[in-house]
Every structure is written in C-alpha cells, then in structure tokens.
Design a protein around this ligand. Sequence first.
Ligand code: GLU
Length: 471
Amino acid sequence: MENTIITRFPPSPTGYLHLGGARTAIFNWLYARHTNGRFVLRIEDTDMQRSTQESVDAIFDAMDWLGIDWDEGPYFQSKRFDIYKEHIDRLISSGNAYYCTCTPEQVDRMREEAKKSGGKPKYDGSCREKNLQWQEGAVVRFKAPLTGSTLIEDKIRGNIAFANTELDDFIIARSDGSPMYNLAVVIDDITMNINTIIRGDDHISNTPKQILLYQALGAKVPDFGHVPMVLGHDKSRLSKRHGAMSVTAYRDMGYHPDAMVNFLVRLGWSHGDQEFFTRDELIEKFNLEHIGRSAGVFNPEKLLAINAEHIRAASSEALADHLMPFLKEKGIDAEAGDYLYGVIETLKPRSKTFIEMADGAEFYFQEKPVYDEKASAKFLKPALLVPMKQLADGMAGLAEFDEKSLENIFKQVMEDAGLGFGKVAQPVRVALTGKTVSPGIFEMILALGKEKVISRLYDAVQFIEKMPAAE
Ligand code: GLU
C-alpha cells in the first residue's frame, strides 16, 4: 500500500469536459492503471456561482463514454467544508496562518504601492504579526516564507525553482470561512492520500503555494507533472474555433471512444512512432517519462484517421453497441444479432465514423431500397431484364448461399448475356442498394441474405418491365 500510486482527476463543474481536461483525466487514469494504483475522482465545486449540476452530469457522462472508471469518489468539495475548516484552524494555531482585517481597498492600495516601487503587486503583511483573533470580516492568510525558494521537482518539466519573494501571504479562507481554491486542493490531496498529480501547466503558478501548504501541514509533497497545453493547428490555445471542444461532441459525431482515448494520449505522450494503441496497450505502455515537454497540436484529420483504424480493428459485435444509436436516429431499430454483425462486417473497412457507417447500413434495413434516380436510369435497363431474372432464379435454386455458388451463377449469366462482370454487377448493386456505391458485391449479397436479395432482384425486374419503352 505504501508504494501504491494514487492519482486523481479534480474537474471544476463549470462547463462540459473539454479535450484538454479529458486528456488530463486519461493520463491520471492510465498512470494509475499502469502501476496497479488507484484513481480518485473529485468534483471541485466550491465556486457555487459557476458550478452546475448539469456540468457534473456532463463530466460523468463523458467519463463513462471514454471508459474511464475510478476507484474512489466522486468526492464533492462542497461537502467537505468541515474538513477544510479543521485544517485552517490547525494552520492558525501552529502559527502558519493568521487572521487579517485589512479591507479590500487597503489591499488594493498596498498592491499599487508595491508596483510603484518596481515590485510585484502584493499584500504587505500588515496583519502578519498582529496575532488577531477571529472577527467579522476577517480573512485567513497563509504566512508565506519571506526568503528562500520553493522547488518543484516536476516529473515532466524537470526542476523549477520559484523565489519565495515572488509570493505574498495569500488568502486561504474567505471572511465567510469558506476555503480558497489552493487550500481546498491541498487538503483534499493530503486526506485522499494522492501522491501523484498530473495536470495542465496552466496550474503551475499554483504549485509553489501548494507545496508551501504541504510543508506547513507537515505532509509529504506529492510528485507533480505539468502537462503542456493542447494547441490548435495555428499554435494558439485550443478553442472553439478549432472544432468541437467538448469530448462528448465527438461521440455525437460518430467517433469511437477508444479512438478518442488513443488520440488524446498521443497529443502529449509517445511510444516511438507508434500511432495506434488499443486501450490495453496504453495501460501497458503508458509512463510519465514519455510525456513531451512541447504542446500537442490538435489535428482533426488525424483523429478521423485514427477513428477509422479503431473501427476497422474492432469486432462487429463490439461496434454494434456504438452504431445502434445512430441507426435509431435514422428510424432503424436494428436488433443486436448475426444480421447486424454481418452488415457491420461489410461496412467496417469503409466507414471513418459511425455516422458514415449508419448511412452505409441504411439500405440493409429498408423494406425496399430507394433507387437513386440517376443510378436507376443509368443501370436498370431493358438489356438487364433477362440477366437479372436469371440471377434471381439461379439464386432461388441454391442450396448453399455462399460466395462460390454466387460466383458460378454470375459467370453463367455473364456468359449467356455476353456481358462483362461490371456490366452485370453494377445494375445488381443498384437493384439491391439503390446506389452505385456499396461494399463489395458478393459480401454485400451475403450480408443482405438470400431472401432479400432475390426479392430485390425481382423488384428490379418489375421496375424494368414497367419502364415506358424508349421511343
Ligand atoms: N479543478 C481544477 C481544474 O479543473 C484542477 C485542479 C488541479 O488539478 O489541481 O482545472
């Protein structure tokens, strides 16, 4: 237990889970899984104004879709105020924190003064040595060291030293007793036994303050690793202009969660030049050593390509669950089972997303295919009447509906009609799918099944028969 790696993901529920946040969650989760450690989920909802239940639900929904499970939690900071209070009192009685009654206006003036004399805008420590008792309106400040430096031994960026003179006696509790962000995070991480913190480098300025709090509380400082931000293609910080920001928007666009996980991990971590990773492979190979120091650039084409690869690699049974909601949206109530799996098998190599797959699957589930007008005009012609009928009759007589027997029937029909393969196959494709593009003709016929194929061929025969004779 002593050496167990314990990581955490502590989102603030003030919006959806965006790509950068999801990547942080995945890194912490993977590191815990890789080391047989533990992964804790904590909702940092102390900002009552900005936190919403909707965002909490969106975070759970996104974690669920990504397949990130947690061993402990979810904890909610809003339910832990007693714990924070106890630690704030402890810091005061040990002399590491003090009450301050300076008004915000006074503090503003101090900051102005400090700036004028060429320093950083800081609180000047007026109440530091006053030993004040609690009183209405008092905040609690941390008694930060006035000299020396604080070192972050960052697992990703190496050592970073901060001069303590850069810091002031920052507030740890507001006048209403509620904890400030840095305090709550540290108390949580201590009481939850977190020993490894991987987070975005936008938090790096908080880290020296947090380290000082650990030291004041006599707690062991955890390992920190600050991950560079995710950037857009133009190297500016990723924002809405670069595409969807919420991870679950990619679910709605037909992405596979494994592809999303793979893609996000590769935005900051590498294993040689390998691009494709299964979930198990990531768990096996992920480490902190190969998280890069430079920012990952979000490339939507790469995400699409990796998605296609994950679709190709998955079993049809596994893909069915992902595909079904998209079929439902089209009014198709496909049941999980051999027919659906067979359909998916034919579409796997040609679908980059589940939306494409659902589009491609439509004809398999229609009562009758809807002929594309141009396609039927071009391919369902009187010359095909006999070959089409002959194909249907031939298939009806088959005891074994398999590729070999289909090939034989096609050969015979082509020979009798004096037509090449394409001249027969393309009209058949239109007859069966309504379109000129579909999976390979034989695999498509086998997936569609004998009964549907024969009835669609006879329908096409009828369609041709009813055509007005050409003038
Ligand atoms: N709640 C913070 C955020 O959502 C994370 C704090 C941390 O990782 O220490 O950015």
